[in-house]
Design a protein around this ligand. Structure first.
Ligand code: RUB
Length: 306
């Protein structure tokens, strides 16, 4: 029987679980299951097991600081404490996991409340890929009685835009589906661009699905506000100390299953949108300038810098 961590990592790697938030939730839940099923005889063995799980989960997708911050927080609580009993250590993992998931849910709702206010009646909103945070915000706007249209890009190579389009249709929102290369063509018909995030760097740059930086460029040229919706814990503290955020490069077969020999295919999953193109980051603390990210993180989540 496969252990919960390998199952979760495999689902994440194959994109059966998609989007930074869902990746983090899957990783946290698997860590909790592992802790509850542990056969470790002492704290040392238990921590060793969790460290191995951490490595496997972190390797499943490289550009996911929300997952990394969550798992680090859970393990740090064990390392810091004096508790030695394995049963009680497993309970600590459960409590910390449950609390993190609850906070994540609250942040999402807060982001949706704040972001929905930015949507005016009869707006056309363009989004790229599928972000559960973006669709939650749009659902909230709809619930508040706003009438708006959505344009979604298909998001090559694995078409996450289809998920967004289906969700919008279910909401009863007039939805237009376009190929990624048509995004600039439609930009003049758009009032607002809203995208999600996988990572935020210490400089306030945002990493999201490949193609996002091109949308940002097109939005700036057309003078259309470009917003990122993101929980603050997508901030990657390693970027503060000089590391570049790694950009996951995926299997070329996602682009072309049987390509001609000698063809070089590159398949980066994400790109970097410079802070200068971002009107604001809509997060649980409000709408903030990307320039203020480290200051806000120090105030709200100082433990990420430990
Ligand atoms: C998904 C993607 C999403 C962010 C945010 O990429 O780039 O915009 O992850 O999603 P992939 P959420 O499909 O490769 O995971 O708001 O749900 O965290």
């Amino acid at each position: 029987m496969q252990d919960p961590i390998s199952i979760a990592a495999e689902k994440i790697r194959k994109l059966e679980v998609q989007g930074a938030r869902n990746v983090a939730i899957t990783a946290i839940t698997a860590t909790e299951t592992l802790a509850n099923q542990t056969k470790a005889r002492n704290k040392k063995e238990f921590l060793k097991e969790l460290m191995k799980a951490k490595e496997t989960l972190f390797a499943s997708r490289e550009t996911e600081p929300l997952m990394r911050n969550a798992i680090r927080l859970i393990i740090n609580q064990l390392e810091k404490g004096t508790e030695k009993n394995v049963g009680r250590l497993a309970e600590t993992v459960s409590t910390a996991s449950g609390q993190f998931l609850k906070d994540l849910e609250n942040s999402k709702e807060r982001i949706a409340d704040i972001g929905a206010r930015r949507i005016k009646n009869h707006f056309t909103i363009l989004t790229h890929c599928h972000s559960s945070t973006v669709t939650c915000l749009l659902k909230k706007a709809r619930k508040d009685g706003k009438v708006f249209e959505v344009i979604c890009s298909e998001t090559r190579p694995v078409f996450q835009g289809r998920t967004t389009a289906k969700e919008m249709l279910e909401l009863g929102v007039k939805t237009t589906f376009i190929v990624d290369s048509a995004m600039r063509f439609f930009m003049n018909h758009v009032d607002l661009v809203i995208v999600g995030a996988d990572a935020i760097t210490s400089e306030g740059n945002v990493i999201n699905k490949i193609g996002t930086s091109m949308v940002a460029l097109a939005a700036q040229e057309a003078r259309i506000p470009f917003y990122v919706v993101s929980e603050l814990l997508k901030f990657d503290p390693a970027t503060m100390y000089g590391d570049y955020e790694k950009i996951e490069e995926r299997d070329p077969a996602e682009i072309w299953k049987e390509p001609p020999t000698n063809l070089i295919i590159r398949n980066p999953a994400f790109d970097v949108t410079r802070r200068d193109f971002i009107h604001g980051i809509i997060c649980e603390e409000g709408i903030i300038s990307p320039h203020s990210i480290t200051e806000v993180m120090h105030r709200k989540y100082p433990w990420v810098f430990e």
